[in-house]
Design a protein around this ligand. Structure first.
Ligand SMILES: Cc1ncc(COP(=O)(O)O)c(C=O)c1O
Length: 456
């Protein structure tokens, strides 16, 4: 429906022509990246280390020469303001000084041992302080943290199913690749590549913000855990309705279902994520990405009650092959990087400054939307802003997905990229790093305005 509204104002054939022009400009300004891409295709599948790296707006990826703070330079000498920041992995800014110093020091003293160093206790205590949960374990990615807590929840409850929200993303956790079709029937997510098992066997899926559907889904008593972002971020920013979190907590408790809050993106809200900022009381909390300034590191925390229930079921003799953990998890290098990052980079001060600058980013976009009277919105969550090509905020994943406009999305990204701005791919999202400046934000507003002016 939204697309129909848009097509009344947006000339699609003009958009096609503009997109072609931007492609030509992109080719012209990135000859070395193109050359490297041709070479990479001979040894790397798709010419990239991770297949989704070819899903950027240009017809080949930009190869990076170096990155520092809020900026990076590509192999052709083009410079960029980075608002993508590794899709939150580099929300700390690239190569933050304190983290780099700690890495350099730790690297001389051992990288991985399967034994703890004293620093890990500081990290555990800091996580307790930030998130309010008493016990912590480590992983290398948020995907793994989610996988591990799902196993724990299933072990403790003896229940097989989990529940997720339509169009959620929690990493490559098999059970989460499930959506609702147009009739509201659960299906394996379209293009779910080689699912291990039909996710309908493992997972219930409902829309976010639907308390009635939540109660129906939990009432059968089969659901071990709800895995939720506290604010959805991967299909646009979707805030919870007033009272939704309270209902989610009450209903999960009522039906003996654990509540897992995945803070991997919502850590943009505050030093203790959305959980601390809004007093949520999850049974488990997971987080990865920016924790160690870009060094792979993730964490999962849980309550005293979970710890006791887990202990009662656990056989420590089998924990090495028990399916929870990894050899490199909690390695000395990532712990040192995490300590330095938590202590010096992801601080109260950073959040206060970044959120303020993000407000300016949001106001800049809002001003252009108003000036051109566009049926678009911009939403902010702490240090995260996003514009979306629909006239009002979606209430759930299904509504948000219906407004996806791949051509327009591609054009806005490519126009910005060609003028030195990197936005987060797959949607139009921006983060602020400790070194992003007001000039960087103003540059985005200017380019965003030019892109809009070219369209209308
Ligand atoms: C909310 C959320 N959880 C987990 C993940 C998985 O993170 P990773 O790919 O680092 O494992 C993501 C990735 O985007 C995410 O957005």
């Amino acid at each position: 429906m939204v697309k129909k509204n848009m097509s009344q104002t947006l000339d699609r054939s003009k958009l096609e022509t503009l997109l072609r022009q931007e492609e030509e400009l992109f080719h012209k300004n990135h000859p070395k990246s193109f050359e490297l891409y041709q070479r990479a295709r001979k040894s790397l599948y798709g010419g990239v280390p991770m297949l989704w790296m070819i899903r950027w707006a240009g017809s080949f990826p930009v190869f990076v020469k170096e990155a520092k703070g809020a900026h990076f330079t590509d192999v052709d000498g083009n410079t960029y303001v980075d608002f993508c920041l590794g899709d939150t992995g580099a929300m700390t800014g690239h190569a933050p000084e304190a983290t780099v110093k700690a890495i350099n020091e730790q690297i001389q003293k051992g990288i991985t041992l399967m034994l703890p160093y004293e620093d890990v206790i500081w990290v555990g205590e800091e996580l307790q302080r930030r998130f309010g949960l008493p016990f912590w374990q480590f992983a290398l990615t948020a995907t793994d943290a989610n996988r591990f807590v799902l196993r724990m929840a299933r072990l403790i409850t003896g229940r097989k199913k989990i529940l997720v929200f339509n169009y959620c993303y929690h990493g490559s956790v098999d059970e989460t690749f499930i959506t609702l079709d147009e009739e509201g029937t659960p299906i394996s997510r379209p293009n779910n590549m080689g699912p291990q098992i039909d996710p309908r066997e493992t997972t219930k899926v409902i829309e976010f913000n639907d308390i009635g559907a939540l109660e129906i889904a939990l009432s059968s008593g089969e659901v071990a855990a709800v895995l939720a972002e506290p604010v959805m971020t991967n299909i646009g920013i979707i805030h919870p309705d007033e009272g939704y979190h309270q209902a989610l907590r009450e209903l999960t408790r009522k039906y003996g279902t654990y509540l897992i809050i995945d803070e991997t993106h919502t850590i943009c809200t505050s030093p203790g994520g959305y959980t601390a900022a809004h007093g949520l009381q999850p049974d488990f909390l997971t987080l990865g990405k920016p924790l160690a300034g870009g060094v792979p590191a993730a964490i999962y925390g849980f309550t005293e009650e979970v710890s006791k229930a887990f202990e009662a079921k656990l056989c420590v003799e089998d924990s090495d092959v028990g399916g929870i953990g990894g050899t490199l998890a909690g390695n000395a290098l990532s712990i040192a990087a995490m300590k330095a990052t938590l202590q010096n980079v992801l601080t109260e001060d950073f959040y206060a400054k970044a959120t303020k600058l993000q407000e300016q980013f949001t106001e800049g976009v809002q001003g252009v939307i108003k000036e051109f009277n566009l049926p678009w919105i911009v939403k902010q969550l702490g240090n995260r802003s996003e514009y979306w090509f629909r006239p009002n905020p979606p209430k759930n994943g299904g509504e948000a997905h219906a407004a996806v406009d791949p051509e327009l999305d591609r054009y806005m990204h490519l126009y910005a990229l060609n003028r030195g701005i990197l936005m987060t791919p797959f949607h139009n999202m921006a983060l602020i790093s400790p070194e992003t400046t007001k000039e960087d934000v103003d540059h985005h507003t200017k380019i965003f305005r030019e892109a809009v002016a070219s369209l209308f």
